[in-house]
Design a protein around this ligand. Structure first.
Ligand code: CTP
Ligand code: MG
Length: 182
């Protein structure tokens, strides 16, 4: 149980990045900035990434991920971890870690969209299990360049993240943030 909670705690910036990329759709003014990262360009007749990947999502997703990392820094001194060695870490560690987890998550999501467009799956159409695991993989990979994460924690995240992703998509659908429940 404890390892599950610590795994989720570790992944907070990664989850924040991914969900805030979508949540920015609801913020007045910001939601109107929908320049796609591929600038609307195509590659061999198909969109490079598609309209679902915007600079707004990338910027604010990463920003909120780093804010959550700063928040974790202030909390971590008060929590007794068993698996995470967060106790004596500096603010700079949390800023860099959360940036790598969050930015990596959104890059992973973009890489997924790139391949999705190549095989002609339209923006917003499901492509399991890649839609569920792209951001986890991207975040973990980029973070690993800095610190190798605990293997058990990574394993647990690969099990719980697809479940959490499905639940949050159903919530986003009922909040009318998404047109489809997956
Ligand atoms: N989003 C964004 N910028 C990003 C990622 C997501 O603006 N970098 C927003 C888009 O409005 C997107 C929504 O969050 O439609 C949901 O994200 P996601 O499911 O990743 O995108 P899809 O629209 O499903 O596109 P794709 O098929 O390319 O995954
Ligand atoms: Mg999608």
């Amino acid at each position: 149980m404890e390892i599950l909670l610590e795994s989720l705690y570790f992944a907070v910036p990664l989850y924040i990045a991914n969900s805030f990329a979508t949540l920015t759709l609801t913020i007045p003014y910001i939601k109107n900035w929908d320049t796609p990262i591929d600038l609307g360009k195509s590659f061999k007749g198909k969109r490079i990434l598609g309209n679902g990947k915007t600079f707004r999502g990338l910027l604010f997703g990463t920003l909120f991920a780093v804010l959550s990392g700063i928040f974790q820094y202030y909390l971590s001194g008060r929590i007794n971890f068993t698996y995470l060695d967060y106790k004596d870490k500096q603010l700079s560690f949390f800023i860099l870690s959360s940036f790598l987890l969050g930015f990596g998550a959104l890059i992973g999501d973009m890489v997924k969209s790139f391949f999705k467009r190549r095989i002609d799956i339209k923006r917003g159409q499901p492509w399991p299990p890649f839609d569920q695991l792209d951001f986890l993989t991207g975040g973990i990979l980029l973070y690993s360049l800095y610190t190798i994460p605990n293997f058990k924690i990574v394993l647990i995240l690969y099990i719980v993240t697809p479940v959490g992703h499905l639940v949050s998509n159903i919530v986003a659908y009922y909040l009318k943030l998404k047109d489809v429940w997956w």
